[in-house]
Design a protein. Structure first.
Length: 115
């Protein structure tokens, strides 16, 4: 399974971006799909948002009310609409999908928010 994330870029505070992650390869069905960013500890990752196969979502506190995660099962794609961006949102955002219980990670896409 390969993941290709895109949509990152440089925006000003208050701006918006839409991240996209497409999964390809030998995929029968995808369970959870999510977005993560590097955590405070080296090698760790913090959840930004996740969506299950049934459409249930969960967000980090910092993302609630500003970010919206969605998925297109027909296209094996997960999206992250990021609104009201803040400088502290600056990070490389990586997507993760679970296929048959096995997690796969993508390279990530850089989001930079200028003040």
């Amino acid at each position: 399974v390969q993941l290709q994330a895109s949509g990152g870029g440089l925006v000003q505070t208050g701006g918006f971006l839409r991240l996209s992650c497409v999964a390809s390869g030998s995929i029968f069905s995808i369970n959870g799909m999510g977005w993560y960013r590097p955590g405070s500890r080296e090698g760790s990752s913090d959840l930004v948002a996740v969506i299950t196969s049934s459409g249930r979502t969960n967000y980090a506190e910092s993302a609630k009310g500003r970010f919206t995660i969605s998925r297109d099962n027909a296209k094996n794609t997960v999206l992250l609409q990021m609104n009201s961006l803040k400088p502290e949102d600056t990070a490389v955002y990586s997507c993760d999908v679970s296929v048959a219980g096995i997690p796969y990670w993508g390279q990530g896409t850089l989001v930079t928010v200028s003040s």
